[in-house]
Design a protein around this ligand. Structure first.
Ligand code: GRG
Length: 306
């Protein structure tokens, strides 16, 4: 398989630029809020979700002229939702982490209240940004583009909310310190982690005009990939160092959390992550070359080292 590391670097930088460009201007009485939102977005994430969204759009044959009109606002919106979730997850009321990506977390830098508000601001601004795709489609008079945007918006709101990421996080928080069985852990991972990865792939497909069968397949690929990604996160929490992963290690242990590693042990965790990755690659292979950037990206995400 080709090595797409350089392409990922360039794509992630471009996705970071897009996310930065759509941010609100840092001025006015609420300038500190804007600054804390920008700090949360512009501090070096891997940008995997917006890159996945764009590559799914391309793999599904999306038209080039729709990239700026529809795809870019959704890339920014998804990265804002991801960023807000990390900001809130780091708060003292949740994981109480002071470092992320090797830098102070948002609440550690701006104070707890401003940390809550930076997350709130980003969540709401994500939907304002996705709304720009509606405005662009309306202004162009392209009804197909408008229909696709509505479908994408439904997926974004659903996967980010109570039936997706927030639901998963809520069960995770409620059961912290309690013993969790395998199906419950599966529910948490499916929603807390996979939901946004599913959203990335599905929104890319919907904006490209893919049919329902393809969208359902993209959801399954996102589910397998997301679960492998989360198991890898558990492994890194156990075996990594602060320098390697940019955040404190043993956070799960210190927060008394059941993880895939505590439930099944390191060896099985590694084996299951690998199998989920293979399953995702196989499903993707039904419509996408095994030597494509998207296939490489899915494999990279599930074998990540940070
Ligand atoms: C607070 C509603 C709410 C949700 C939080 C995302 C999340 C749910 C919690 C963060 C903790 C965690 C382990 C989440 C699992 C997903 C994950 C590994 C997120 C980190 O994603 P990366 O590695 O982050 O893509 P970067 O830093 O690259 O942007």
């Amino acid at each position: 398989m080709s090595d797409y590391s350089e392409k990922l670097k360039a794509s992630a930088e471009e996705a970071g630029r897009i996310a930065a460009d759509y941010l609100p201007e840092n001025k006015g009485l609420a300038a500190e809020l804007m600054e804390s939102m920008a700090y949360s977005v512009n501090n070096g994430g891997k940008r995997l979700r917006p890159v996945l969204l764009l590559e799914s759009f391309r793999a599904c044959g999306g038209e080039k002229e729709l990239e700026k009109m529809l795809v870019e606002p959704y890339m920014a919106a998804l990265e804002y939702i991801h960023s807000y979730s990390l900001v809130h997850d780091d708060l003292p009321e949740m994981d109480n982490d002071m470092y992320r990506r090797g830098k102070l977390t948002t609440h550690a830098k701006f104070g707890h209240a401003q940390g809550v508000l930076a997350g709130d601001g980003l969540l709401n601004y994500a939907y304002e940004t996705a709304g720009k795709a509606f405005q662009n489609a309306m202004a162009s008079g392209n009804e197909t583009a408008l229909r696709r945007t509505i479908g994408a918006f439904n997926v974004l709101t659903n996967k980010a909310g109570a039936y997706g990421m927030v639901g998963g996080q809520s069960v995770d928080v409620a059961l912290t310190g309690k013993s969790i069985d395998a199906p419950t852990l599966e529910y948490i991972y499916e929603n807390k982690t996979s939901a946004l990865i599913e959203a990335a792939l599905m929104i890319g497909g919907i904006l490209a005009g893919a049919d329902e069968e393809r969208i359902a397949l993209l959801e399954k690929i996102g589910s397998a990939c997301g679960r492998a990604f989360q198991i890898k996160d558990d492994i890194l929490d156990e075996t990594g160092t602060l320098e390697e992963i940019g955040k404190p290690v043993h956070s799960d242990l210190n927060n008394n959390k059941t993880t895939y590693v505590t439930l099944f042990g390191l060896e099985k965790a590694r084996e299951d992550a690998e199998n989920l990755c293979l399953r995702a690659e196989k499903m993707l292979g039904s419509f996408c070359s095994s030597d494509s950037f998207l296939s490489w990206l899915i494999a990279y995400m599930t074998k990540r080292v940070k």
